[in-house]
Write a new protein. Structure first.
Length: 612
């Protein structure tokens, strides 16, 4: 019997596009290999010579991950325009806090990693704070890599059914683990160029990958617009509304009743309470600053504080419109042709996370199928490579070089072995992931809840010390690990306040149980970073030494710009959705709001950035 290894819908041109992409990113890794080997800073941070716009595109490419896109298409299908609020779980508006002021504060430290930053804030003796941030950084990086890993596997499974390759394999795989098998195979490609060329390789590969993603997004949006000219979109009342009340207000009964079951399983009821918790958590998470992952590494890799702010701003501009053109495009096609999609799992359940790959398989013409595959494979690789680079930075800079000076020139070997170890461990963790949504909820609802308290206090309260940081973070991480077992049927966001309160209490008690941070360290940090907050005793001592020092007076201005930034970010997210859905009244209102916010921010934010 003859077997076809690939689906009949994929032809020579599709495979040619995929092969060309893989050769391109591999070539980038090889070309930049020598340059990345010069110093630790060259490998981990591109020598701090990369332009802000390139780092911004790279950061956006890393955030344009395949698992997140799969999830966002599924929630757009189910919840409609209201799904624009759900990514606030991350929260997406932390990029607003970053570009308004936090990127500037962070870049002024001149650190290489979040753990190294701890020395500027708590002093060289703050080993507890450094160790706990390393633990959190590696745990979060591994979680995101496992999250991307399972999303990629689900994506590929649609295009290459396991039944088509199983006759050629000397082993069998249970149906539930087929996505994990594909995840392992394609992960190896991302590993190659990320480990070989370091940050420079990742950034230039991300430019290629983002260009492909943008092209694919515009193509699928045009297909959707064209289809809506001749077909009616049958959706429940309220599906096209951005606003909401206490209840969700979307009922699929009589249209697709199985969607109501999905809404019930997600546990977002009542939606008003869910939104309130999500927004509160988002504000606190944003005040805490970036998590110690690729986002932080890109900020620390910029040339100066001004470029750090511009980079974070540019992420919103290049990421959100492009991503939402793709999301709404695939959602529209899936809604129009839902009966023709194959969303059944091996166990017979409807898996809405299969909407994206099933829609690509159904509607992409020859050649463009390969483009869409490459587009989302590159989304996975960009995220995976950036996260891997961040994990390597902590292992090499804050573990290896902290305890052993590299006198024998083994740094490249350490880079390679650390990267390989992180990848293998993330694959192992990915084997335990049920689906994209479950691991996403744990990361944003539980793990990051343990991050918030200590990292808000470190910026804004002078008495908070290294012991308080270590205790607060340790309590938060422990709660994040234990609570899913104590509350197995509860959405992590709902016990987020309890994790927040316990970690805050641990941080305060830890701080008062030990002496304050050395005064000279606090004065150096405060005078260099100049944050606003509860710094009065340190401010007075700094002004005694430097009478010309001006404490940061910008709290009200920064919060005003944050408000404008969140409005602008929401508008730039909703605008492509309204465009594809032909909602011209909403397009006009959203465009006007966006224009007002941009013009105002030009004068209140951009014109007031530091000179360098």
């Amino acid at each position: 019997m003859a077997y076809k290894v690939f689906t009949a819908d994929m032809n020579f041109w599709d495979f040619a596009v995929i092969a060309a992409y893989l050769l391109c990113v591999t070539g980038i890794g090889i070309l930049l290999r020598k340059k990345s080997r010069q110093t630790k800073e060259d490998y981990l941070m591109g020598g701090k010579r990369l332009p802000w716009w390139l780092l911004g595109i790279s950061n956006a490419s890393g955030m344009f991950d395949i698992s997140g896109t799969i999830w966002m298409v599924s929630i757009m299908f189910v919840y409609g325009v209201k799904s624009i609020w759900l990514p606030w779980l991350w929260p997406v508006f932390n990029q607003v806090f970053m570009f308004v002021y936090l990127s500037i504060w962070l870049r002024r430290s001149n650190a290489s990693t979040g753990a190294e930053w701890m020395e500027t804030r708590f002093g060289k003796r703050a080993t507890g704070a450094q160790r706990i941030i390393i633990v959190f950084a590696l745990l979060s990086c591994l979680s995101f890599m496992a999250y991307g890993f399972i999303g990629l596997g689900k994506f590929v499974e649609i295009f290459i059914p396991f039944s088509s390759i199983s006759p050629f394999l000397p082993f069998s795989i249970p149906a539930d683990f087929v996505p994990h098998f594909y995840g392992i195979i394609f992960t190896l490609f991302a590993v190659f160029y990320a480990i070989l060329g370091g940050m420079s390789s990742i950034v230039w590969a991300d430019l290629v990958q983002y260009s492909l993603m943008a092209l694919g997004a515009f193509c699928i949006a045009l297909f959707a617009i064209s289809e809506l000219r001749t077909h009616d979109l049958i959706v429940p009342e309220g599906w096209k509304d951005l606003h909401f009340q206490w209840d969700l207000g979307v009922n699929w009964e009589g249209i697709l009743p199985e969607v109501n079951k999905k809404i019930e399983e997600d546990g977002f009821h009542p939606f008003g309470l869910f939104f309130t918790l999500m927004f509160t958590k988002g504000i606190l998470s944003s005040l805490a600053g970036p998590a110690p992952n690729y986002d932080m590494q890109k900020i620390l890799s910029t040339r100066n504080p001004k470029e750090a702010a511009l980079m974070s701003m540019f992420v919103n501009v290049v990421l959100l419109p492009t991503r939402y053109l793709m999301i709404i495009g695939f959602t529209v096609l899936a809604l129009l042709y839902y009966p023709q999609l194959d969303l059944q799992t091996a166990s017979g359940k409807v898996d809405f996370e299969k909407i994206l790959p099933s829609t690509i398989l159904k509607f992409a013409p020859a050649g463009l199928l390969g483009l869409f595959l490459v587009e989302l494979l590159s989304a996975f690789m960009g995220t995976f490579a950036g996260t891997l680079n961040a994990a390597q930075a902590y292992i090499v800079n804050d573990i290896y070089l902290k305890f052993k000076k590299d006198r024998k020139g083994n740094l490249q070997k350490v880079h390679f072995l650390s990267g390989l170890g992180v990848v293998l461990l993330s694959i192992f963790l990915g084997l335990f992931a049920k689906d994209v949504n479950s691991i996403l909820q744990w990361i944003v609802g539980a793990l990051y809840a343990g991050f918030i308290s200590a990292n808000v206090l470190k910026w804004h309260w002078w008495r908070f010390n290294g012991t308080g940081y270590a205790v607060g973070m340790a309590v938060g991480i422990l709660c994040a690990m234990v609570f899913p077992y104590l509350f197995p049927d509860t959405l992590p966001l709902y016990y987020f306040p309890l994790i927040l309160a316990l970690s805050f209490l641990g941080g305060v008690l830890g701080s008062y149980s030990s002496p304050p941070t050395d005064r000279n360290t606090l004065k150096a940090f405060y005078s260099q970073v100049n944050p606003w907050g509860f710094w009065k005793p340190i401010e007075e001592e700094v002004r005694k030494d430097s009478p010309d020092f001006v404490p940061n007076p910008d709290f009200k201005k920064d919060m005003g710009n944050v408000t404008l930034g969140i409005l602008a970010q929401t508008a730039i997210t909703a605008l492509p959705v309204f465009l594809v859905l032909w909602m011209w009244k909403e397009v006009a209102i959203t465009s006007l709001l966006l224009g007002i916010c941009v013009v105002t921010l030009f004068f209140t934010w951009y014109k007031k950035l530091p000179n360098q």
